[in-house]
Design a binder for this molecule. Structure first.
Ligand SMILES: Cc1cc2nc3c(=O)[nH]c(=O)nc-3n(C[C@H](O)[C@H](O)[C@H](O)COP(=O)(O)OP(=O)(O)OC[C@H]3O[C@@H](n4cnc5c(N)ncnc54)[C@H](O)[C@@H]3O)c2cc1C
Length: 455
């Protein structure tokens, strides 16, 4: 055997799994296989000057490499069972929260100590939301910020690098179940390990589908969230973001009773492109460093689409909509809310004349040509609902970037130890469909490490 445990993917799930394995048993032999680069070599070529949009790199440095999709994220670690995944359904609510708090302690000990923990407990905003047909979800959130998150990951890597064998730029091709363990087949050869933890995240979703097919592991897929990223002057949401950093607010539309929610709120942040399997969508983040802050706040408004039999390809549906925006805009489209309401496309001049200065160079266009009517109607309704608790949200100059798609990995059939039907093969993090966030993915890594170490 080369390893006691091999881990595929060095995102938060894989990294925290390796960290906890070594903590529980310093003699354990762990190999981590990662398609992307080490942290210090991860560099997205978009600089806003020479390269303004996605260059379609062979290995996307935003999504792949040490730290996974979380490396350049906003570093918001939410401690909650209300959103971010369904880990609690497997391991219980208290245990899930306990593990998320443990992950927070590790982050704090590795450079996150100076950052703030926000909480919804006791906030008057909850009542204001209720009075306006909105629901504020409960959570504690530590905002590391993209910069501090990077420092924390760097320190964790320094601690692990001499104890774990990291194989970067190493895409695992396939996994074989042998009677004694697992063969990890990649460009650098075939490695044998007693146990295997798969943590390939969202960027590994297609690969995961193939592996599940090969190994006869059942999967289910029926959800995708589609919407836009809203950008407006930071003052409009400051009473919410100063207190909570991020308000996770849900609205049920009057017309269709669809659920629309705010997602990934970035006070004084920037809007960014995201490349998922070659499709350009929109996302956002912000920095802890005051010099990197902008005058705008951004957040997504997403509508959940659940499909029932016989349709199975919910991600394919989301991809088709994103492709449509890529086809019309060459990437992400931006539109003023006032233009959307008047049924006309935005043009460069109208955006330049507006009061909101866009933080992403996107193509001015018409989102109504891209988003299905039902989804667009839900988003417009929610903008007016938010306008009641944050007046100014429905201003003409508010910018909407589209499309934002939150793809959900198909859910993989796992037992309550996150083990597949192959004994010794664990599937964690976003790649399992169980988690959709930094804190849940990390917690799932710690959980499985403890299962393996027998603690
Ligand atoms: C721009 C952005 C901002 C975000 N902001 C936040 C936030 O503020 N808060 C939050 O909770 N969540 C945020 N998220 C989501 C969060 O990053 C993910 O939920 C989290 O990273 C999931 O962790 P993971 O370990 O499961 O997978 P990932 O982080 O996706 O890591 C998976 C790793 O596996 C590797 N891999 C895939 N396939 C293979 C293969 N075949 N062989 C070898 N390696 C492979 C990939 O290269 C990748 O590095 C954000 C995501 C993005 C893209």
């Amino acid at each position: 055997m080369n390893y006691d445990v091999s881990i595929i993917g060095a995102g938060p799930g894989g990294v925290f799994c390796a960290y906890e394995l070594l903590k529980k048993d310093p003699s354990i032999k762990v190999g981590v296989f990662e398609e992307g680069y080490p942290l210090d070599k991860r560099k997205c070529p978009i600089d806003g000057i020479k390269v303004k949009s996605c260059a379609g790199c062979r290995v996307c440095s935003i999504m792949k490499g040490f730290g996974g999709a979380g490396a350049f994220s906003d570093g918001k670690y939410n401690i909650t069972n209300d959103f971010g995944g369904t880990l609690y359904e497997y391991i219980g609510r208290d245990k899930a929260i306990g593990l998320m708090k443990y992950v927070d302690d590790i982050n704090v000990a590795h450079g996150g100590g100076g950052t703030r923990m926000f909480s919804t407990s006791g906030t008057p905003l909850k009542k204001t939301c209720m009075q306006n047909k909105l629901t504020l979800l409960e959570a504690q959130v530590r905002h590391l910020g993209t910069d501090v998150n990077y420092v924390v990951l760097g320190r964790i890597y320094e601690e692990l690098k001499d104890k774990v064998d990291f194989y970067f730029e190493t895409r695992v091709d396939t996994i074989k179940d042998t009677s004694e363990g697992f063969d990890i087949v990649c460009g650098k050869g075939t490695f044998h390990s007693r146990k295997c933890v798969i943590s390939v995240g969202r960027s590994g979703s297609k690969w995961m589908e193939g592996i599940c097919g090969d190994l006869g592991i059942k999967t289910m897929s029926n959800r995708v969230d589609i919407g836009v990223r809203v950008e407006l002057p930071a003052e409009i949401f400051s009473h919410i973001t100063d207190e909570l950093y991020e308000g996770k607010i849900v609205y049920r539309t009057e017309k269709f009773e669809d659920r629309v929610r705010t997602f990934c709120m970035n006070p004084n942040g920037i809007v960014v492109n995201e490349n998922t399997n070659g499709i350009i969508t929109v996302n956002g983040h912000s920095f802890e460093d005051s010099e990197m802050k902008t005058e705008n706040t951004n957040f997504a408004l997403l509508v959940s689409k659940h499909f029932s039999e016989p349709f199975k390809d919910s991600n394919g549906y989301g991809e088709s909509i994103a492709r449509l925006s890529n086809m019309l805009g060459g990437g992400v489209i931006v539109q003023r809310f006032g233009d959307l309401e008047r049924g006309r496309r935005s043009r460069k001049k109208r955006i330049e004349e507006g009061t909101v200065r866009p933080t992403l160079a996107a193509t001015p266009g018409d989102l109504s040509l891209v988003l299905p009517k039902r989804i667009l109607d839900g988003i417009i309704e929610m903008i007016y609902a938010l306008d009641k608790i944050a007046p100014g949200t429905a201003n003409d100059d508010t910018l909407l970037y589209g499309v934002e798609v939150k793809f959900y990995n198909m859910e993989v059939e796992l037992d309550d130890t996150l083990q597949s039907r192959h004994k010794g093969l664990y599937i964690i993090g976003d790649g399992s469909g169980v988690t959709h966030s930094l804190s849940h993915a990390s917690a799932s890594g710690v959980f499985v490490a403890r299962e393996i170490a027998g603690a």
